[in-house]
Ligand binder design. Structure first.
Ligand code: GLV
Ligand code: GLV
Length: 325
C-alpha cells in the first residue's frame, strides 16, 4: 500500500491540483479547509501518516509525532518559520523537518516596506479620515508624517528577509543602516553597507526599526519595556516576523505614553487579535492579518516546495529545504 501523506489544510489552487494527481505515489489524506482542525481531531487524523504537510497554526510536538506513529518520516511546514514545531521532539524520533525559505523572501520584504510606509505616512489615520468623507480632505497642517531621507534604519536579524528589506529601503534615502544579530553577517552586511551593533545601540539610534528575526527563546519578548524606553520617541517599529518577539502590553504602554511614534505589525499574539483589542483601535498602531507571504506567486511556490519536501522525506531522498535539527 502507498504511504500516507496527511495535509492539514486546503492548498493554493495549483498546488492543490498537484496534490490530487499524486495518487500513484502516495495516498493523500487532507483536511480540505481553510480552517484548522481542532487539536483532538488533528491527533486522530495524522494517525498512520508518513509525511505531514502543515501550517504555522498547527502545533507540532511530541504528542503529534506519537499520534502519527513510528512510520512518520517528515513534517513539511508551508512556512519559513518553524517556531510552532518542537524540533527536539522531531529529532528524537528521527523525523525530518522541511520548510519554505527563499521563495517568500521578496513577498515578505514587500509587506515589511508596506508597513513601514503606512506607519511613516500615518496611513491608518488618513484612511479613516478619507472614509469619513465630508470636510476631511487636503490639509496643510494635519496628519503629517515623516520621510526616510537622512534617517537611520535598524534591522533586527539580517537574514534573507532582513537583507531584502534593506535593499528595498535604501533607495528611500536612509543614510545609515544598523543591524543587530547574534553573529555578524559580514557578506550581507558589506553589500548593504550595514553596520553590526548591539541591540541597545540600534534602538537608541534608529528612526525605523524592522524586526526580521526568527522567534526562538533568545528573541521571545525581545521588545519589552526596556527596549521601548531606549527607542527614539519619533521611532517607527515594524514587525513582520513573529508576534511574540514583541511584548504587546509593553508596546501598548509605549504607544500610550508616546515613547515611540508608531508600530506596524503583520504578526501578533494572539493571531488574530480579538475584535476591539486596544492595539487594533490605537491610532498609532497599524495591524495587518499576517499577509507577509500572501501573494498568488509566493503561496504557490511555498506550497510546491512543501509538497517536494514531503515527498522527498517520505521516499528517503534529500529534502530541498530542510531544517537542521
Ligand atoms: C510566515 O510567517 C512564515 O513563516 O512563512
Ligand atoms: C528567513 O528565511 C530569513 O532568513 O530572513
Amino acid at each position: 500500500s502507498r504511504p500516507v501523506l496527511f495535509v492539514t489544510r486546503e492548498l493554493p489552487e495549483k498546488a492543490q491540483q498537484r496534490l490530487e494527481n499524486l495518487t500513484e505515489e502516495v495516498e493523500v489524506r487532507q483536511h480540505r479547509s481553510e480552517e484548522g482542525l481542532g487539536r483532538q481531531q488533528l491527533l486522530a487524523e495524522v494517525r498512520g501518516a508518513w509525511g505531514i504537510i502543515c501550517v504555522l497554526d498547527d502545533t507540532v510536538d511530541a504528542e503529534l509525532v506519537q499520534a502519527a506513529g513510528p512510520q512518520l518520516r517528515v513534517v513539511s511546514t508551508v512556512s519559513v518559520g518553524y517556531d510552532h514545531v518542537d524540533t527536539q521532539a522531531l529529532k528524537t524520533q528521527g523525523v525530518l523537518l522541511g520548510h519554505t525559505p527563499g521563495v517568500l523572501t521578496d513577498a515578505t520584504a514587500d509587506t515589511t516596506v508596506l508597513l513601514a510606509l503606512m506607519a511613516a505616512r500615518r496611513a491608518k489615520e488618513a484612511l479613516e479620515r478619507a472614509a469619513n468623507g465630508g470636510s476631511s480632505g487636503f490639509s496643510l497642517t494635519r496628519g503629517l508624517g515623516t520621510q526616510f531621507g537622512e534617517q537611520t534604519l535598524g534591522i533586527v536579524g539580517l537574514g534573507r528577509i532582513g537583507s531584502a528589506v534593506v535593499s528595498r529601503l535604501l533607495p528611500f534615502g536612509f543614510t545609515r543602516v544598523l543591524y543587530a544579530a547574534p553573529r555578524p553577517q559580514d557578506k550581507r552586511a558589506h553589500a548593504l553597507n550595514a553596520q553590526h551593533v548591539s541591540l541597545e545601540t540600534l534602538l537608541e539610534s534608529s528612526d525605523l526599526v524592522c524586526i526580521c528575526c526568527p522567534l526562538n527563546p533568545q528573541t521571545t519578548g525581545l521588545f519589552g519595556s526596556q527596549a521601548f524606553a531606549r527607542m527614539r520617541r519619533s521611532a517607527i517599529l515594524v514587525n513582520s516576523a513573529r508576534g511574540a518577539v514583541v511584548d504587546h502590553d509593553a508596546l501598548l504602554d509605549a504607544l500610550d505614553r508616546r515613547l515611540i511614534a508608531h508600530a506596524a505589525l503583520d504578526v501578533t499574539v494572539p493571531e488574530p487579535l480579538p475584535a476591539g483589542h486596544p492595539l487594533l483601535t490605537h491610532p498609532h498602531c497599524t495591524v495587518l492579518p499576517h499577509i507577509g507571504s500572501a501573494t498568488e506567486q509566493t503561496r504557490a511556490a511555498m506550497a510546491n516546495l512543501a509538497i517536494d519536501n514531503a515527498l522527498d522525506g517520505i521516499f528517503a531522498r534529500p529534502l530541498k529545504a530542510k531544517v537542521d535539527l
